[in-house]
Design a binder for this molecule. Structure first.
Ligand SMILES: [Zn+2]
Length: 306
């Protein structure tokens, strides 16, 4: 069996998967509770060993999806959404517990992109982009059937494309990055600013509460999603110019807001696309949207196929 580990800004999800892509067992940790990569890894290792024992499974490989990781050497540097900012080799940490198991590392968004192409809506597609919207904005670019890596193994960091020079402060240390406007905390910040402008009391403490307000039809919350969707649509129209995809898929906890985000995103996307792409690129939700948890595990577990 294969093991997939998806380290996200909020949750770390671990699972073991059989040859048919069925998740046999899984576990979830709160990433923010761990102050160092060593602390997080020992807990992940314990979880994998426990699942392997309970299910009498032999683990043939471990795939790890993680923000800001270098797929070549398994090093993380300055991950914007993780507690540990120091440069650290996750590969070395995993080797302490799994010296004889093949290990594969990939940026979490690019792992999800492989998961989408193996198990989701992108089966058979050669040119597509997957955008994950959660704590941050991640992106995987599949081009001619190959996942773009780039010189440093870090292609697709468009969440940190600066769209408002001098704008909101970002976890990466710069200002005005895309994810500060369209990922969870960005939409929350927009909601709070809108409340302030309207002279109304903000009713959402965190992103989770904001998503609930939007579900209940709160007009200020919906306005925040509308603004985020419009910004996202323009950003996606710009991204289309880089690789000319046939599809762009949205994935992740924030994408689960659904149409309040997607409707303005589609409108702004189509309106701002370069004429030659208009009406020819499909913007859709990921086929694995119904279970972000499963998608994260499957994407990481599928890394051995690369
Ligand atoms: Zn940034």
């Amino acid at each position: 069996m294969r093991c997939g580990v998806d380290i996200g800004g909020t949750n770390t999800i671990i699972g073991i998967v059989d040859d048919k892509g069925k998740i046999i067992d899984s576990d979830c940790l709160k990433t923010g509770k761990y102050e160092s990569a060593a602390d997080l890894t020992v807990t992940i290792a314990y979880s994998i060993l426990r699942m392997a024992k309970v299910n009498q499974a032999s683990i043939e490989s471990i795939g790890v999806g993680c923000p800001n990781i270098n797929p070549g050497n398994g090093r993380i540097e300055k991950a914007a959404n993780l507690n540990f900012k120091e440069a650290v080799s996750l590969r070395d940490e995993f080797l302490k517990y799994f010296p004889d198991t093949p290990l594969f590392f990939e940026n979490d968004a690019r792992a999800a992109t492989i998961g989408e192409s193996v198990y989701g809506s992108a089966k058979g597609l050669k040119n597509f982009i997957l955008v994950t919207l959660g704590t941050g904005l991640g992106c995987g670019i599949m081009h001619e059937g190959q996942l773009l890596e780039g010189e440093l193994g870090m292609a697709g960091e468009v969440g940190h494309a600066i769209i408002h020079p001098g704008g909101r402060r970002c976890g990466c240390g710069r200002q005005g990055c895309l994810e500060q406007y369209v990922a969870a905390n960005g939409i929350l910040a927009t909601y709070r600013e809108t409340c302030l402008r309207n002279g109304e009391q903000a009713r959402a403490e965190d992103y989770h509460a904001l998503a609930e307000l939007a579900r209940q039809g709160d007009s200020t919350a919906l306005q925040a999603y509308r603004e985020a969707g419009t910004t996202l649509g323009i950003a996606l129209a710009n991204m289309a110019c880089f690789s000319s995809p046939s599809h762009i898929f949205l994935f992740g906890g924030v994408a689960q807001a659904g149409e309040p985000l997607m409707a303005p995103a589609r409108e702004a996307f189509e309106k701002n696309l370069l004429f030659c792409y208009q009406g020819r690129i499909r913007l859709e939700f990921s086929g694995l949207m119904h279970s972000a948890r499963n998608a994260g595990i499957l994407g990481a577990a599928a890394l051995y196929r690369r």
